[in-house]
Design a protein around this ligand. Structure first.
Ligand code: HEC
Ligand code: HEC
Length: 443
């Protein structure tokens, strides 16, 4: 299909606007300024309700709509092929309404994954890289309960706050004990909109902001999570997942099908699960299914900012920069070229991430390393959509394990490379702290 045919009318319209704008200088200025709310460039949609993350790109080629609806079915469907071990029945069960985590009234315990790190890269010698909670025709591997321990502390000005941290309790292990060396890490499912834009950011652009030895001396380094591309053998930056473990949406989708749903993707012959008990099976689905999932996620738009002109928000925005948040939560990027996706190509986006790994200190460390990412290293998460997460998913936690109940709590957990920024935040006057939080809420 000739994609460029779909975009030409769009470019022509844009050109027309520029010509009109040149005639009236003031309107050009206004138009440039108003781009600030367009977090996803021309793909940005205007929806601040529960469907905010499920909208198709505002500039989606008109011939793509039918495909988009069909692809959405894959994301929603309960895979009949799933099992013998799984954590859910569908992608949407964990990424409800394309947002973070399951729906608020989800039954059957926490759907947050329990990642396993062990003495070897394969995780626990018996249970593998993930402790699953369901078995189809076989015993469920384990039962998992999460308890929260509260920690009380104060700002330098005396205002109190309460943080909480999870403890994971595992019981009813059906296939013997966990290895004594095995460590557990709770993982919240991130939202899945805007990921096509992040996939379209060029490798060079990501590498450009890496500063592994902190050459600029700002206390913040930033490492590219190098991953070997299975097809080309080249080293490419990891982009997706809390530790940037996956280089592409295709790789992430194949991994999710196998690890989370027990569906065997092309190129695999055995389902992830309990080692030694899994049966060799043929791949159960073909590449078309993966492509459909990838296309669905690429076509999900970023919602626009709200209330962004309010004076307190403006003040918070300046603070976000001056206290050092933007050292990692980079505001602007230009996407490169994503073949077949003119909609996502060369867009000025504001994801508020650098897609790099940072050491956030021992408090957030989970002692589970993934490849080159150590237990205390995490990929800066994008902050677009932050203010809408709970509108879409109900109460859902921030940070990799969902421990933070608000952006304020999330900031207060920052340590390691981000300790300086956190301390600057803690030492702000109450009103300035509120301004920074007001700014975050407009994202
Ligand atoms: C059992 C819950 C669960 C299911 C089912 C699930 N996911 Fe996820 N998903 C997660 C969690 C948890 C993460 C973060 C994993 C990590 O980094 O450790 C994640 C991460 C992702 C990411 C990366 C997002 C980002 O911002 O980096 C994508 C994309 C994704 N999942 C797509 C899918 C697709 C497609 C399916 C269906 C085939 C699926 N997921 C099924 C829980 C789930
Ligand atoms: C050194 C890099 C770095 C700096 C500086 C930094 N952050 Fe972060 N931020 C991260 C990383 C990495 C995470 C994810 C940590 C985790 O999940 O355990 C994160 C997570 C967050 C989250 C939670 C996002 C989510 O989706 O759960 C918020 C909100 C946030 N940061 C805001 C801020 C603010 C505000 C500042 C400035 C006070 C700041 N950050 C400074 C790297 C940084």
């Amino acid at each position: 299909m000739n994609r460029s045919r779909h975009v030409r009318p769009f470019h022509r319209a844009a050109a027309a606007i520029v010509v009109l704008g040149a005639a009236a200088v003031f309107s050009t200025v206004a138009a440039t300024q108003s781009r600030e709310e367009y977090l996803g460039g021309d793909t940005t949609v205007f929806d601040d309700g529960p469907t905010a993350f499920g909208r198709a790109l505002a500039n989606l080629g008109p011939f793509r709509w039918t495909e988009f609806r069909a692809d959405k079915e894959r994301f929603l469907r309960q895979w009949p092929e799933r099992g013998p071990w799984a954590d859910a029945v569908s992608c949407a069960e964990c990424h409800y309404h394309d947002g973070r985590g399951p729906r608020a009234d989800h039954v059957g315990g926490p759907v947050n994954l329990v990642r396993l790190g062990g003495p070897s890269p394969g995780g626990d010698p018996v249970y593998g890289i993930q402790l699953r909670r369901t078995g189809y025709g076989v015993p469920a591997p384990a039962h998992v309960r999460v308890d929260w321990e509260e920690i009380h502390d104060r700002y330098p000005d005396g205002d109190g706050y309460t943080l909480r941290r999870p403890t994971i309790h595992v019981s009813a292990l059906a296939y013997g004990p966990l290895d004594p060396e095995t460590r557990l890490s709770l993982r919240v499912p991130p939202a899945v909109f805007g990921l096509g834009l992040l996939e379209a950011v060029s490798d060079q652009e990501i590498r450009r902001f890496a500063d592994p030895d902190d050459a600029d001396g700002d206390g913040v380094s930033g490492i590219v999570r190098e991953i070997r591309d299975a097809v080309t053998g080249r080293s490419v930056p990891g982009r997706f997942g809390w530790k940037a473990s996956q280089p592409s949406l295709a790789a992430q989708s194949a991994a999710a099908l196998n690890a989370d749903l027990g569906v065997i993707p092309p190129g695999s012959s055995v389902s992830d699960g309990v080692h030694g008990k899994a049966q060799q099976r043929e791949a159960e689905i073909d590449n078309g299914e993966i492509t459909a999932l990838v296309h669905y996620m690429r076509a999900l738009a970023v919602p626009a900012r709200r209330r962004w002109t309010e004076p307190a928000v403006r003040e918070g925005e300046a603070l976000f920069e001056s206290i050092g948040c933007t050292a990692c939560h980079r505001r602007q990027m230009i996407t490169g070229e994503l073949p077949g996706w003119p909609e996502l190509t060369r867009q000025a986006i504001q994801p508020h991430t650098d897609l790099l790994l940072h050491d956030l200190g021992p408090q957030l460390a989970d002692a589970v390393s993934e490849g080159l990412a150590s237990g205390s290293e995490w990929r800066t998460p994008p902050l677009w959509g932050l203010g809408l997460l709970s509108t879409v998913s109900g109460q859902s936690g921030l940070l990799h394990d969902g421990r933070a109940r608000s952006p304020e709590e999330a900031i207060l957990w920052h340590g390691g490379e981000a300790e300086r920024a956190r301390e600057r935040f803690r030492h702000l006057p109450r009103k300035a702290r509120a301004a920074l939080l007001a700014f975050l809420d407009t994202l």
